[in-house]
Design a binder for this molecule. Sequence first.
Ligand code: SAM
Length: 290
Amino acid sequence: MPSRPDNIKIPSLYGTLYVVATPIGNLEDMTYRAVNVLKQVDLIAAEDTRHSKILLNHYGVETRLISCHEYNEADKTPLFISHLKNGLNIALISDAGTPTISDPGYNLIRSVSKENIRVIPIPGCCAAIAGLSVSGLPTDAFHFSGFLPKKTQKLQQTLELLKNQKPTLIFYESPRRIKILIGTMIRVFGDRQACMAREITKLHEEYSRGNLSEILRALNEKEIIKGECCLFVQGCGSEDTIMDENVLEKIIRETLASTDLGTSELARQIAKKTGFHKKQVYEKILKLLC
Ligand code: SAM
């Protein structure tokens, strides 16, 4: 086993902070090592203790739980550091997947490692990596963006900054906002190839692959979108990328073929679905109708 570099002196009496990945849906996606670590540590710091109880009961883990979530992480950090310095071993878990990946833990890990206390990952599930692996998009380079801002202007600005990134882009989003995200993306990026992964490892697991506009159209056909979603979008510079104006034209042509709505109402509906401005859609419809 390789030895630790000499410049890091870890007092041998200190405990270790284990950062343990847990399943993202299917309880069976837990490694043997993760179960053993959770059984053997002195404390488990969990995002939502009631939620984690389900997993821990499933595996017969009886270790004491302490809550550590977004709102108390900073307050609890000194206590965890003191326990670790007193030789206790602690496991950090989140509600699902890998802690710190769009989940709490970053500040705790930063503070603990500054104290020269050992921090060890126990790898396992992460929705971003699981979904990317089956997305059908390039995996040699990827850019994880997690959740984007909710406010329209900030969202657009963030997407503008990502627009020229070549790696495959990865986003987390709630089912309530996924259509807004995709619509805004079509407007900023163009109609790129993408994959939407829903409910990975769960009963209603689903992967929609195609252009962003095709995925959006499929979502618009659903009465309600349920479950957890990840979105994977091809990076800039791909041959499959169609620029904004062409995308809008394509969507209008397809919608015109299957509707008898008036121009204004049609423009309103397409603008709502795609994030294009109503005026821009309206003018484009008039041009196409001429
Ligand atoms: N730490 C987690 C990880 O390692 O993936 C992510 C936690 S973040 C709070 C939750 C988001 O992750 C969800 O809104 C969704 O975007 C994504 N996610 C988590 N589980 C998922 C699943 N089973 N299927 C699809 N996306 C999932």
